[in-house]
Design a protein around this ligand. Structure first.
Ligand SMILES: [Zn+2]
Length: 322
């Protein structure tokens, strides 16, 4: 393999992106844009891992290992050099494949009136929110043909989870939201459970856009996020479920802020219980948490769909208690 090909691969995979895709998080920033965090290569309690995103290099003061993204992949996956290169190529391929898929689904949305009507029934009217969230529609029975025509082998589509074992599109009649390294699909016809591609659901939704806000509104669902954004609350994020994975929880704790927990007000109290538990965990980490009480049986989406407005929601935020 040529030196040039290796340099190109390293440029295509920013080490920071690769680390974050593997659930690493920055803990503190030091000079010259460098970042420290826990070392993913050994059991680390002191943020020994130094990342220089500009040079695309890492070094760990704990285990003494360091190098470029290929070296990182070798150590992290415990593979030899050539296998690490292959893994990184595959990772790049998935990212560009998902970009193609998202573009294709976004085009489909406006060709399918039933999908647009569904969004409208869920309270999403503004083209801005559809654009902002890059919402698309998967009609089914057409993605495979499109990607095959672009030259993607069926094996790659199957491996990514876009095509099922029978060779059919995995996402059918679903509104599709792009996530970090994944897709979330919500059926417009049946109450079939939502669908993710295999792999992690990733971190908090649109985290980079809100992480510097002093107050953050955390919701369970992407339709909740969408109506809030549309109503002018641009400091929202979403955990896709009321159970946060470790990375999402760490994100909420990575700086001083107030988190408004706006989970569903379920009849069986599951949202309320989750919010209570989350509130205690956040306070224990020094993060101010407030629980927002929605009217019984409602979630933020239904609150707005049933006529609630920004002013009323603001009142709920102000009435929130720890
Ligand atoms: Zn280490």
């Amino acid at each position: 393999m040529s030196r040039k090909a290796l340099d190109e691969l390293k440029q295509q995979v920013p080490l920071l992106d690769y680390l974050q895709a593997h659930d690493w998080r920055p803990i503190r920033r030091i000079g010259s844009g460098r970042i420290m965090g826990l070392c993913p290569l050994h059991t680390d309690h002191r943020s020994s891992f130094l990342l220089d995103p500009r040079k695309n290099l890492f070094y760990c003061y704990g285990c003494g290992r360091g190098g470029d993204v290929i070296r990182f992949a070798e150590l992290y996956h415990q593979v030899k050099f050539l296998q690490a290169v292959a893994l990184l190529r595959e990772w790049c391929g998935l990212a560009s494949l998902l970009d193609q898929v998202i573009d294709f689904y976004r085009l489909q949305l406006f060709r399918h009136q039933d999908a647009v009507s569904y969004l409208s029934d869920r309270g999403l009217h503004s083209p801005e929110v559809i654009e902002h969230m890059r919402i698309g529609y998967a009609p089914g029975r057409c993605l495979r043909a499109w990607l095959t025509q672009l030259g993607y082998p069926i094996s790659a589509l199957r491996q990514a989870g876009l095509v099922n074992a029978e060779g059919r599109d995995a996402f059918t009649h679903r509104i599709v939201f792009p996530l970090e390294g994944n897709l979330y699909g919500r059926s417009i016809r049946t109450s079939t459970p939502h669908l993710f591609l295999p792999g992690s659901k990733g971190g908090l939704y649109a985290w980079e856009q809100v992480r510097r806000a002093p107050e953050i509104i955390l919701v369970e669902g992407l339709f909740d996020y969408a109506v809030l954004w549309q109503a002018g609350f641009h400091n929202g994020t979403c955990s896709m479920g009321n159970h946060l994975n470790a990375r999402q929880f760490q994100q909420l704790c990575d700086g001083p802020r107030t988190v408004y927990l706006t989970f569903d007000s379920d009849g069986n109290q599951s949202g309320q219980r989750a919010a209570q538990w989350m509130s205690r965990r956040l306070w224990a980490q020094g993060v101010a948490a407030r629980r927002v009480s929605l009217p019984a049986g409602q979630d933020p989406n239904s609150f707005f769909v049933q006529g609630g407005d920004a002013h009323q929601f603001q009142n709920l935020l102000e009435a929130a208690h720890p």
